[in-house]
Design a protein around this ligand. Structure first.
Ligand code: DX5
Ligand code: ZN
Length: 227
């Protein structure tokens, strides 16, 4: 954690043939969460990671597993992903027919609940559950792949959420997912985000994850909140 900002490396861009080492490298570099992108080929076109991979990661790290469910009918998936070892279960508002019920289910199992907003989804869709959740995820790319360009409208959205959360005295953290880099990370933090997900900025051919995490942290060391 730097300046109150948590880093959540997304293993979507990791080398899956060396997943254990890659997770350990993140852990050594002081990552706060491991972000796991679950895609079902329906909510988004791609199919990515499922339960056995979450179970395997659970066995190798004590870090918070931040599970991002990009799936239809998340009501059916929250419990299996908790059983597999997920700590924070993030559900898309666009996919949930009963957001409140799935949040309650996560809490009943004593885990943390997050709600996610696609770039085109307004903040108002989560306003009623803001007092109940541990995290709100603002997507700064359309879900489905890593390595996409940061969508600027995520920043005023983060700032609006920050105001709502602070004015309400709620505990929810604000996570930005997609397009986070050394350039955009400080801007997300300045707008009021305090958890940053990064896949391609951490797992790439230019440097090892550890070095990339150090650089991301450096970029965050001089932020002043503008929101
Ligand atoms: C996108 C995923 C993101 C993705 C981020 O659907 O939810 O977590 O891995 O990738 P980058 O950081 O490369 O934009
Ligand atoms: Zn994600």
């Amino acid at each position: 954690m730097i300046n109150g900002i948590k880093l959540a490396p997304s293993i979507l861009s990791a080398d899956f043939s060396r997943l254990r080492e890659q997770v350990e490298e993140c852990e050594r570099a002081g990552a706060d969460y491991i972000h796991i992108d679950v895609m079902d080929g329906r909510f988004v076109p791609a199919i990515s990671i499922g339960l056995p991979v979450v179970e395997a990661i659970r066995r190798i790290t004590g870090l918070v597993l931040d599970v991002h469910l990009m799936v239809v009918e998340p009501e059916k998936q929250a419990a299996p992903f908790i059983d597999a070892g997920g700590d924070m279960i993030n559900v898309h508002v666009e996919a949930a027919t009963d957001l409140h019920r799935v949040i309650r289910e996560v809490h009943r199992r004593e885990k943390r609940a997050g709600v996610c907003l696609n770039p085109g989804t307004p903040v108002g869709t989560v306003e009623e559950v803001l007092p109940d959740v541990e995290q709100v995820m603002v997507m700064a790319v359309n879900p489905g792949a890593s390595g996409q360009r940061f969508i600027e409208s995520a920043l005023p959205k983060v700032a609006r959420l920050r105001r709502l959360i602070d004015e309400g005295g709620f505990r929810a953290e604000i996570e930005v997912d997609g397009g986070v880099s050394m350039k955009t990370a400080p801007r997300c933090a300045a707008a009021g985000a305090n958890v940053l997900v990064a896949a391609s900025a951490i797992f790439n051919e230019h440097a090892a994850p550890e070095q990339n995490i150090v650089r991301l942290r450096e970029s965050l060391s001089r932020i002043e909140r503008s929101a």
